[in-house]
Design a protein around this ligand. Structure first.
Ligand code: ADP
Length: 373
């Protein structure tokens, strides 16, 4: 079922995008983490389910699509002032790497922020994508102005964030979630790429960069769909050969992982199109405490002190061991929230009267609390 799109005056009028049901942004904070690899393999996997799929490489400075997929014909043609996308095995693809230098292809590399955004939008909306179930947008790496403006002007349905499992990458993922969050684009999954290595001689998964951040994402943001992709030489070998693994070797264990990612993405998009993630409205009522009103009208009362004591932030719980640092007795029973605001589609952030800010509570946690606690 096509997902609902945000209303956007700029792209609403864009003839190239008017038959596209779902725009999925694949994003990362840094380059080289495998964002394009995930974008192309997800696109290929969705296509194998029978969906009509397009892939747009929004990286002006380092377009990688022309390396990782090689359409038989790379000549560009236009019709009714729109560029026709190239065809790769049934997937519609477009990248600055396909645009000849004379038409601004390589000239893009010297442009600055606002112009870059304009040019990306022009190529995206000036391409005749036709009827598509999914258009995957391989975003430029980073969470700066270019990415923020793109998120503002493109009616993105949902985002997928790609990272690697180093300790610092949690900060990157949070930056990504917050960037999309500012513009009400839900992050539907996080992919930890190059998460582990499995050598030929043993079955053991070697977590070269540590255990990763997936559990913290569940605890702090309620993002349940997170996936690990191993470091596999076949991925880079096939990328370099211009044939994505998901198409070339569908029986490969990594192709199965991409099927899981595609399935969860389809489910989340459907959930969003059917009315969102079931987020409650939360407010503070003197004499009652916190009141969560769920979409079905049910009201749930929550004792503020109880919720404050459940904070899982780095000040309250030791990140690596999960050991409680907050002394529950230090939280006054009469504590109250000074600010409540939704955090993505799956969690709420609360500032407290004891000066503790941005405690994040996934809606799943709220739902699991005893209504009379
Ligand atoms: P980004 O888009 O984030 O810059 P790429 O998708 O271009 O990153 O990937 C960078 C390099 O790493 C490419 O050569 C790619 O083939 C390789 N690569 C990506 N993911 C994996 C993986 N899981 N295992 C092995 N190589 C990978």
């Amino acid at each position: 079922m096509p997902a609902k799109q945000r209303q956007n005056p700029l792209t609403q009028k864009a003839p190239g995008l008017d038959k596209v049901s779902t725009l999925l942004a694949v994003s990362s904070c840094k380059g080289g983490v495998g964002k394009s690899t995930v974008a192309v393999n997800l696109a290929a996997t969705l296509m194998r389910t029978g969906a009509k799929v397009g892939l747009f490489d929004a990286d002006v400075y380092g377009p990688s699509l022309p390396t990782i997929v090689r359409p038989a014909n790379t000549d560009l043609f236009s019709r009714n002032e729109l560029i026709l996308p190239l065809d790769y095995e049934g997937m519609k693809v477009m990248s600055f790497g396909y645009v000849p230098a004379a038409a601004g292809g390589s000239g893009a590399a010297i442009m600055r922020g606002p112009m870059v955004t304009q040019v990306i939008n022009q190529l995206l909306t000036g391409t005749e994508w036709g009827e598509l179930d999914y258009l995957i947008i391989d975003m430029p790496p980073g969470t700066g102005d270019v990415q923020l403006t793109l998120t503002q002007i493109i009616p993105i349905t949902a985002a997928i964030i790609v990272t690697t499992p180093q300790e610092l990458s949690f900060v990157d993922v949070v930056k990504g979630i917050q960037m999309f969050d500012k513009l009400k684009v839900p992050t539907v999954s996080v992919i930890e790429n190059m998460a582990y290595f499995q050598c030929d001689a043993c079955d053991k998964k070697h977590y070269l960069f540590g255990p990763g951040v997936r559990q913290r994402l569940v605890d702090q943001f309620g993002i349940k769909n997170s996936f690990e992709i191993p470091l596999v030489p076949d991925i880079s070998r096939l990328s370099d050969a211009g044939t994505p693994l998901a198409l070339e070797e569908p029986d490969h264990p990594v192709a199965a992982l991409f099927r899981d990612i595609a399935e969860s993405t389809i489910t989340e998009i459907r959930r969003l199109s059917e009315g969102g993630a079931g987020a409650p409205q939360m407010r503070f009522v003197i004499g009652r405490g916190l009141v969560a009103t769920w979409p079905d009208g049910r009201e749930q009362d929550i004792a503020p002190a109880d919720l404050r004591r459940r904070c899982r932030c780095a000040h309250c719980v030791e990140e690596m061991t999960g050991k409680q640092l907050l002394d529950p007795a230090s939280v006054p029973d009469d504590i109250y929230p000074t600010e409540i605001h939704p955090m993505g589609n799956y969690a709420v952030a609360i500032n407290w009267s004891d000066g503790h800010n941005s405690s994040i509570y996934p809606y799943d946690l709220i739902a699991s609390l005893d209504a009379n606690a």
